[in-house]
Design a binder for this molecule. Structure first.
Ligand SMILES: Cc1cc2nc3c(=O)[nH]c(=O)nc-3n(C[C@H](O)[C@H](O)[C@H](O)COP(=O)(O)O)c2cc1C
Length: 368
């Protein structure tokens, strides 16, 4: 049997294979962030399709942290019943689901929330200076909001949580010298820039307890002038491992990184277009004892298997391939090892922004 189909455990979380659906905003939540039946249907399709661990779309932990339209929310207890429906539906099909907790920082959609964006520093985005620099009180408030959201996720039956620490959102902004220009204990050295997320992890731990799996998604690098580097990412990972993080998912890039945007476009499975962050993951894996998940351009069974066999990654995470083929894992398991059909053109975003829900425009149908 392929190592990809081994059963593994992270803390008390038993996973039937090494495939992870990387967090994916589906554009299917209600206007207030509540779970909808269509969102549940997507999760059910993924569970039935054999995905070992589904990670939800980024869920905003406080109103001022909302990134965009029809985004899942976890900022209020009132959202727990809908979230519980979603986890129940997944568990009934034998699946496992983690919730990605997010705050968009200075990238937040203030036109939706009516609240001013906040960040480690005022950020220069598209030529404008955006966001208020967070003071200590703001920092503490956001940390407590993450902790409250983590507890909500646990109460709603999620099997784990993942902190969104990648792609230029708030946690990533703190880690990145491009966004973080602070001169206090939260800025400067990578140890200082990691302080925010370490304190956040400590608060989350207090809320969910020592046995609940807590993960984070981080950038291998930002691909920005004066952005986070691979060396710094590895240092941050080591600090987080010591602080009690249970797994790290490696991604890369931000909304300002041009062609190195997290969802790169380009023909799949060909040279540099597959496994965007392999070299960084190989180094990071050596530095860590906790499992590493790798995302970004993974499209072939052979590459996925090689990465695990060569000890580059413990888990293979994918986003766009599962939008086109929620049943991809079962297809590969059944012996049909043709590459994922995804052509990585990111056309799937467009219907999401139009309110129709993210789906594969090549297939031309909703995958729910
Ligand atoms: C439609 C869409 C929505 C996404 N939503 C999220 C998200 O909510 N959180 C996140 O961390 N990454 C998100 N991403 C990025 C993916 O998780 C992933 O890091 C990236 O697409 C590279 O993986 P892939 O080549 O397998 O698609 C999204 C990507 C797409 C295409």
């Amino acid at each position: 049997m392929s190592k990809l189909f081994e059963t593994t455990t992270i803390k008390n979380l038993i996973l039937p294979n090494r495939f992870v659906r990387s967090a994916t905003w589906e554009g299917l939540a209600a206007d207030d962030g509540a779970v909808t039946q269509r969102l549940i249907d997507v999760a059910v399709r993924l569970a039935l399709g054999g995905v070992g661990l589904i990670i939800s779309g980024h869920a905003y932990i406080s109103r001022e942290g909302q990134a965009g339209l029809w985004q899942l929310g976890v900022y209020s207890d009132e959202l727990i019943p809908g979230l519980t429906e979603m986890t129940k539906a997944v568990h009934q099909r034998g699946g496992k689901i983690a919730m990605q907790l997010a705050h968009a920082g200075s990238k937040a959609a203030s036109h939706l929330s009516g609240l001013d964006p906040i960040g480690p520093s005022t950020a220069e985005i598209g030529g404008s200076h955006i966001g208020k620099e967070m003071n200590k009180k703001d920092i503490e408030k956001v940390i407590q909001a993450f902790a409250a959201a983590a507890l909500r996720a646990k109460r709603a039956g999620f099997d784990a949580i993942q902190i969104h620490g990648a792609h230029g959102y708030l946690v990533s902004q703190f880690l990145s010298p491009y966004f973080n220009r602070r001169t206090d204990e939260y800025g400067g050295s990578i140890q200082n820039r990691t302080r925010f997320v370490v304190e956040l992890l400590e608060a989350v731990r207090k809320a969910v307890g020592s046995e609940f799996p807590v993960f984070i998604k981080l950038n291998s690098e930002d691909f920005l002038p004066n952005g986070l580097t691979v060396d710094e990412m590895i240092s941050a990972s080591e600090i987080l491992e010591k602080a009690g993080m249970d797994s790290i998912e490696m991604s890369g890039g931000t909304f300002l990184s041009g062609k190195n945007y997290p969802s790169r476009q380009g023909k799949p499975g060909q040279g540099e277009h597959e496994a965007y962050y392999e070299a960084a993951a190989r180094r990071c894996k050596k530095a860590l004892k906790i499992p590493l998940m790798l995302v970004g351009g993974l499209r072939t069974f052979e590459t996925a298997e090689r990465l695990v066999l060569e000890n580059v990654a413990d888990y293979i995470a994918m986003c766009r391939p599962f939008i086109r083929e929620p049943e991809l894992v079962n297809r590969w398991k059944s012996g049909d090892r043709k590459p994922a059909l995804c052509i990585s053109d990111s056309g799937c975003f467009r219907p999401g922004f139009e309110g129709k829900g993210v789906h594969c425009v090549v297939e031309g149908r909703l995958t729910s």
